[in-house]
Design a protein around this ligand. Structure first.
Ligand code: ADP
Ligand code: MG
Length: 238
């Protein structure tokens, strides 16, 4: 389960409306990418879905239930942060287990989930290391592991690869795509990188100044960009 619906959602900071009324449906299991230039509202939109910001008006539904005023930890979604959000003094095992310990889950269940996540992410041999003893890619996998163990209805990524070097970024893109194939869980992925959007997405949402310019598959946007902004941004010939 992981169908997310935004109904006339708006967000203002003080007098400034950064998200004008916005409607969007993200289907269960879909890999959706929010793409657009810096400052267009990608992070704000993701944070509204996560519950890290309150909507100014409108409704957010998750699997049909009104989640608009549900606190972040109760939405059943997991935000994947950049790898520098790991705790340097804790082992990989403890970093991954952290959200479950916070939720006071039974230790046997924590162990089961951490082992399963480590296996999926090829981190089994690294569970007793600290983040400082890992490569950048492995650290990013630990950050993803911390989301996986919560068995969320959807994963929310906010430019998770932007502090990795170019070569590593390409590898991690593939790993995240493979993870989606394997888990078949809804993923929303924010980036300002067109290549990332075109290569990873089932569905791309092109944002500009807080509103949606166009929604479609990479091929649809490439073949039929609605306007010059989308064409220019996606890099199609029109
Ligand atoms: P993006 O992630 O696409 O770069 P953001 O969602 O971070 O864009 O920001 C969208 C707009 O909202 C920007 O103009 C930004 O300055 C503004 N903004 C974001 N967060 C805040 C905040 N906490 N207070 C005031 N303005 C904000
Ligand atoms: Mg951002």
């Amino acid at each position: 389960m992981g169908r997310i619906t935004l109904d006339k959602v708006t967000k203002s900071f003080g007098e400034v409306e950064v998200i004008p009324p916005l409607d969007l449906t993200i289907e269960d299991g879909e890999f959706t990418v929010f793409v657009g230039p810096s400052g267009c509202g990608k992070s704000t939109l993701l944070r509204l879905i996560a519950g890290l910001e309150d909507v100014t008006s409108g409704q957010i539904r998750i699997d049909g239930n009104d989640a608009t005023n549900v606190p972040p930890a109760k939405r059943g979604l997991a935000m994947v942060f950049q790898s520098y959000a790991l705790y340097p003094h804790m082992s990989v095992r403890k970093n991954i287990a952290f959200p479950l310990r916070m939720a006071k889950m039974a230790q046997s269940e924590i162990d089961r989930r951490v082992e399963a996540a480590a296996s999926v992410l090829n981190l089994t041999d690294y569970l007793d290391r600290r983040p400082g003893q890992l490569s950048g890619g492995q650290r990013q996998r630990v950050a993803i592991g911390r989301a996986i163990v919560r068995e969320p209805a959807a994963f929310l990524f906010d430019e998770p690869l932007s502090n990795l070097d170019a070569a590593l970024r390409v590898g991690m893109r593939l790993e995240i795509s493979e993870l989606h194939e394997r888990l078949q869980t809804t993923m929303i992925y924010v980036t300002h990188d067109q290549v990332e959007a075109m290569t990873m997405a089932d569905k791309i949402v092109v944002l500009r100044a807080g509103h949606i310019e166009q929604v479609g598959s990479p091929l649809e946007l490439y073949r039929e960009p609605r306007n010059l902004f989308v064409a220019g941004f996606i890099g199609s010939p029109r």
